[in-house]
Design a protein around this ligand. Structure first.
Ligand code: ZN
Length: 161
């Protein structure tokens, strides 16, 4: 009788894992945002082509290519798609990956989903307002969160304080 018990446990775990995102969807503060009504063609017109491919089609920029890697001024990193502030400069750190990296984000600015694009599960995250793709979050970041938000610089714009 081990198998049914184990299955029950896995089911409960799966439900627990999906419940927060369901709750989030029910209270989505940006559900009526005008950015949600833009078509793919609208986005193509609004964004520079490489940023459009990242934000709207989950492309990944070449590592080491982002000018934001060297951005060390005090300020805010906002979504290039809609302007929503996502990261503060004090949360940025040198990950050595070639992508701008942060250990946390402004509460409510990001939403997450599982991504199997490369055959292994990763947690994709996107702007909570316009749903534009930004990057993936990993468990090898620094204190205090231990998280690494690995972000495409093409999806961000820096606003100096
Ligand atoms: Zn956005």
């Amino acid at each position: 009788m081990i198998e049914p018990t184990r299955r029950g446990f896995l089911m409960a775990t799966a439900i627990a894992a999906t419940a927060p995102s369901l709750a989030l969807a029910a209270t989505d503060p940006y559900a009526d945002s005008p950015f949600r009504k833009l078509t793919d063609a609208d986005w193509r017109k609004r964004l520079p082509e490489p940023s459009y491919e990242v934000l709207r089609h989950e492309d990944t920029e070449r590592p080491g290519s982002s000018p934001l890697l060297g951005e060390h001024r005090k300020g805010t990193f906002a979504c290039l798609g809609c302007g929503l502030p996502i990261f503060k400069s004090e949360w940025k750190f040198e990950s050595g990956t070639g992508w701008p990296s942060f250990y946390t984000y402004i509460p409510g600015a990001l939403a997450k989903k599982m991504d199997m694009a490369i055959g292994v599960p990763r947690t994709e995250y996107h702007c909570a307002q316009c749903l534009g793709h930004h990057g993936h979050v990993f468990n090898d970041g620094p204190k205090p969160t231990g998280l690494r938000y690995c972000n495409n610089g093409l999806a961000l714009k820096f606003i100096p304080a």
